[in-house]
Design a protein around this ligand. Structure first.
Ligand code: T5A
Length: 223
């Protein structure tokens, strides 16, 4: 008999998957939106409170997923569907090997990008079939408790990348039209899932943004 492999948002035990007791928080947004900076500050805040925290990222987070990241962010030409499947291969390993065990142990898991990035970058940005990506998301079967979407205008995003002064990857080199479709993708996801997604102003000071995130996490999860 076919087992139900999707878990529910509040983490009750479901046939075939580990029970979920922790809190799963993801950060999403365009290039240079400030996700890594905010994720690090949020993790530090929880650690200072004595919480068990896993700070991780996508693509990446496990040995295999980091190897796939090297291919995805490298210079080898990659068809958008191939990118999609590689992002999900990395994600499947990351979720099974790292995120689900940490949630089962009760940790606060903070992940810098997750499946919304594939929907925005590969489906909306590069015209991979939205329904196909939605199907892959269902196969992963782990929905974040809260997703913070950091919104910055493209001009701010570009200025931050230039100021950082490091070599760009294939995504950072995308043209303005593609970046606009990616931004529209994040907006559509947030509009479709208001109970999960919180859109924040990525041009705000990091400390203020993270304090706002902390308040929302308490209000929504009690942690
Ligand atoms: N990707 C990823 C897909 O296409 N599909 C997928 O499914 C997934 C998971 C990953 C790339 O892969 C793509 C998207 C990405 O392009 P990455 O290097 O991990 O590559 O890229 P990003 O996640 O975009 O990481 P970035 O470092 O580029 O952006 P962040 O994390 O949003 O920004 P951050 O925090 O590094 O900050 C950028 C700069 O801005 C400053 C920081 O000091 C830094 O210099 N800054 C601020 N300045 C003013 N005010 C603030 N509030 C600031 N916050 C940060």
């Amino acid at each position: 008999m076919l087992k139900l492999l999707l878990d529910d948002r509040r983490g009750r035990a479901v046939s075939g998957v580990m029970p979920r007791q922790g809190v799963f928080i993801t950060l999403e947004g365009g290039e240079g939106a400030g996700k890594s900076t905010a994720a690090g500050a949020l993790a530090a805040m929880f650690q200072a409170e004595g919480a068990d925290v896993l700070l991780t990222r996508e693509p990446g987070g496990t040995a295999a997923a980091e190897a796939i990241r090297g291919l995805l962010l490298g210079d080898t030409a990659l068809d958008p569907l191939a990118q999609t499947l590689l992002h999900f291969a990395a994600r499947a390993d990351h979720v099974a090997m790292k995120i689900r065990p940490a949630l089962a142990a009760g940790a606060i898991v903070i992940c810098d990008r997750y499946y919304d990035s594939t929907m925005a970058y590969q489906a909306y940005g590069q015209n991979v079939d939205i329904a196909a990506v939605a199907g892959l998301i269902r196969m992963i079967g782990l929905i974040p408790d809260i997703t913070f979407m950091l919104n910055v205008p493209e001009v701010v995003s570009r200025a931050r990348l230039v100021a950082r002064n490091r070599p760009t990857d294939r995504y950072e080199r995308m043209d303005g039209e593609t970046m606009a479709r990616i931004a529209a993708g994040f907006t559509a996801i947030a509009a479709a899932e208001p109970a999960r997604c919180v859109v924040l102003d990525g041009t705000a000071r990091t400390e203020a943004m993270v304090a706002q995130m902390r308040g929302i996490i308490t209000a929504r999860t009690g942690r």
